[in-house]
Design a protein around this ligand. Sequence first.
Ligand code: ADP
Length: 795
Amino acid sequence: MTEKANILLVDDREDNLVALEAILEPLGQNLIRANSGEEALRRLLVHDVAVILLDVQMPELDGFETAALIKQRAKTRAVPIIFVTAISKDEQHVFRGYSTGAVDYIFKPFNPDILRSKVAAFVELYQRGRELQQQAELLRERELVAARRESEQRYRALADAMPQIVWTAGPDGKATYYNRRWFEYTGLEPGPVEGSEWIEFIHPDDLKRTVEHRRETLASGEAFEIEYRIREAGGGYRWHLGRAVPLRRATGEIDFWVGKATDIDAQKRNEHAQDFLLRADDVLAGSLDYRRTLQSVAQLAVSEIADWCAIDLIESDGTIRSLAVTHSDPAKTAFARELRERYPPNQESGAVVETIRTGEPQLVADIPEEAVETAAVDELHLDLLHELGLRSYMCVPLLIRDQTVGAITLVAAESGRRFGDADLRLGQELARRAAIAIDNARLYRQAQERAQAARVLEAVGDGIMLLDADGVIRLWNAAAATITGIRRADVIGRRAAEAWASFAQAAPRVPIGSSGSPAAAETVPIEAGERELWLSISGVDFEDGIVYAFRDLTNERALEEMRQDLVATVSHELRTPLAAIYGSALTLRRSDLQLDEGLQEKLLDVIAEESERLTDIVDDLLLVSQLDAGKRDVQIEQCDAPELVQSVIESARTHLPKGVDVRFERPADLQPVAADSGQLRQVMENLVDNAVKYSPDGGEIRVFLEPADRHLRFAVIDRGLGIPSSERGRIFEKFYRLDPGMTRGIGGTGLGLYICRELVRRVNGRIWVEPNDDGGGSVFYVEIPFAESRVRSAA
Ligand code: ADP
């Protein structure tokens, strides 16, 4: 059906317009009226008009002027104008009408039918022209659509050939097209595009910000750009860089969006891996407790690069011990630990054992279904294994200086990850750093232990010397310095053979490889500085060298020697009188001999004297044991010293050997001393006896007394053998004799001076010896407090 045409009726008089409308009504077209030339022009701006009926006589702009203006406009130039006039019937007028472009001239009063048929003819002409024009337009449009379709197909072919994901979307953001790559990547069946299917392929963690950013860019018309993970057909996610730009129409509004997503997964994972390793480093450097830090690393791994992480270490006894088993979900972690306990990694086979045995990493990118089926676990756990959805795993060795100390196992499961070579490299790098941390922690602990051991060694009483593999002294403790008198600074860093040559020669050989079991200690004489020491030495070989421990047994050795001497001396001392007694008794008993009385008397005297000597020796031994046990009582009283000395000397004189004389200068007016008189007598007897005994070549012995401050000093001076200065202290020791071998034939037990010292000490006195400057020999001094001063000081 043709659309209605517009007919413009222009007249300044209302009744004329009404009349024209009445006449043209039956044509069934749109009648548009205008009351003036201006209004007619305005209407023509808005409407397309098939024919204009224009009144000639109008105020202001008349019909001719109006027609002239209409003809000036290109758009209205062709519109037929029929002038309607009542007055201007003259030729000139009519001519003017035609020259302004009128197609007809109608005079009033006019025949309505003629007017109507004339107008109808113009309308039909107009409509015909319109139809033709529309047909032409239609034709052009069809051609256009065909051309566009062709270009779109070409464009799509291009898009399909692209390796990236490409899509288009309408101004509302709904996808209108995806290229082939999209379908290949996502595994979706190519088919009609619904528009928002992409949403379900975005990683849940990236979805919110993606949708928000999309909404913003749709509103602003700015380019859309974002990094997100898109799920691939296998279920894994890969990082993409998504970009979309709007294409606009000439008018400026958005026609559609073109977008593409480029795979940036490798680059992104690399960044992520670097970032992960940095964080792992932080954790590893956090503490020297490597067991704890490795557990933290496992925790970090499950939140970043794997779904499961297990770390196993080799114990010192060679067994594999599980150090960490972790999943980001604590419930699953508990299950895995249980599984680990039930099926520890110490089996014949298995990735961990294999990796630890070979030191080679293992990567299984795709765990075959059957692997789970054949796992050596019971049915309950088998179900659980299925549930875990293990997909891929790798096991990397922890290597310290080419030695495998454990392994890190990383497993991919529910995240849909699948490990590849890049992941294996990351795992190895993680293991490398973890191994360094373990090594550092162990070295530190060893250093600590050594430092502690060194402190202990420093404190022990035995001398400790450590030689390294080259025989250089590396440790020399305080006791070693004290025992030997050799300063640490003089030996450390030097070879033992140079620094302490006599040790190197005399020390017991330590069997190499005796590691841990020291050779039995040997006691050997060794020179150290000026002295000769008896050292008990034991040595043990250990991985870094030899440690020697030595103890100073010089004193014990001397004591031991003394004891041996004593046994010899005492038995000799006992045997001599016994032999005399025995001999005398045998002689007396002989019946075949007639002994004269004098001889008999003499033999009996020998028996009596020697028995007395025996008793003395036994008494001395008894007294020493009582003194040592603190069982000897002391009766302190006032003693008259000159009297006491006088009587000692008198009894000595009864049996002086030839050539010996004892002199005593008895002083007048001496205060009494405070002592046990019996014991003081014993002291003096002993000193005088010794003086006589050790003057084998004879000589005068002098005894004198003199006050010395609060003490009375006794002096016994002989011209005998004398005593070397180095031995002067020692002769007061128990059993000590200058000449234990009795080369000069002078017997004794070595107890006399010991007894003297002990007795003198008990009454707060003192005893010592000095050389006799006047003619050789010795001077023994004894000082005993005066009774007076003792009473006074006590008061
Ligand atoms: P003993 O005389 O029984 O051996 P003593 O204890 O009385 O034991 O003396 C210890 C040692 O001291 C003696 O063996 C001797 O070597 C030395 N001695 C003691 N008195 C003298 C002295 N007057 N002159 C030289 N040496 C002495």
